[in-house]
Ligand binder design. Sequence first.
Ligand code: ZN
Length: 378
Amino acid sequence: MKNIVTTFSAVVCLTTALVFLGGCNAEKAMARKVDSLHRKMITIDTHTDTALDILRGKGEDELQVSFDKMLAGGLDAVFFAIYKGQGKRDDSTLVALADWTEEKLKAFAAYADASPKAERAFHPADVRRIKKEGKACVIQCLENGYMVGRDLRNVERFYNLGARYITLSHNNNNDICDAGVRVDNPKKGFSSELEWDGLSPFGYQVVAEMNRLGMIIDVSHTADETVEDVLEASAAPIIASHSCARALCDHPRNLPDELLRKIAAKGGVVQVTIYHGFVDKGDGTPLDVKLFCDHVEHIRDVAGVEHVGFGSDFDGGGGLEGINSALEVKNVTRELLRRGWSNHDIALFWGGNLLRVWEEVEAVAAKLSGTQISPVGN
Ligand SMILES: [Zn+2]
């Protein structure tokens, strides 16, 4: 009997050890696959608030994104936003704000240019080249069309300084359009009402100017009415740089299925964010990388795999369990592989879709100006 028990225990131990080793091997194989994918594909994050944090002097330890963290984590390209919350809209405020915006765009450009580890990108082909050179790719952008004020010339001014998208609004309406989140605050001139029922007359001019320049239009933060107007007015596809699915989290910052479909029909892309308030289903589902992937898969199912991507909002409130900095982006790839995503679809999600939209935006601009742009590489 003793012999039987001993033999049985040995078999159990051996089986456990084999299962454990099998698990370890499977984990190692998965890690190798994830690393290999990140070496080959382009990975892009379309929204971070890191730039102003860096300009304020925050150190590496306090930041979710840095050039070192991008390179170590396998995140190739990041859109670094200059952000301004909505404020007063009188002429002198707007003139000073445009000057402030120029100053901040220049200051962050100088910071990036001074680093041997990073390089700024101005066109999609730059992103591919900079990845090949092993550097962190920096793309500048503006979060809140408020910075344009009521002066159309500011759009080209900011484009020439390197900004490649403008989020048309932040929370509360501005001179371009209505925002999705609106609060009554008479002291600041804010109203919870729609002011323009979407785009303002000036907003239509801004959309046309961005089309002319080849600047990406970003509708995150804007009202549904604004998204509808932009989709109708824009000659080029558009993006939502950091938004989730409203079907899973009923928040005005998120996009309803109908708009997901319309953005896709226009050739655009919805870059899913990891801000807890926009992913939370409200049913106790843990706020982690799996829940983020639920939003990604919902948008894929509704809009198509060619119309979904990644926009973290790192250093602006973004971050979930398992995806809390640029160092952890591979956890998203790992989760998508576990869910059966193909390498091809994962590459579309991580950057292929966004680069396609950007190329199309530039092609439309070239067409509008009557010039041909040379085809980009692979
Ligand atoms: Zn935002």
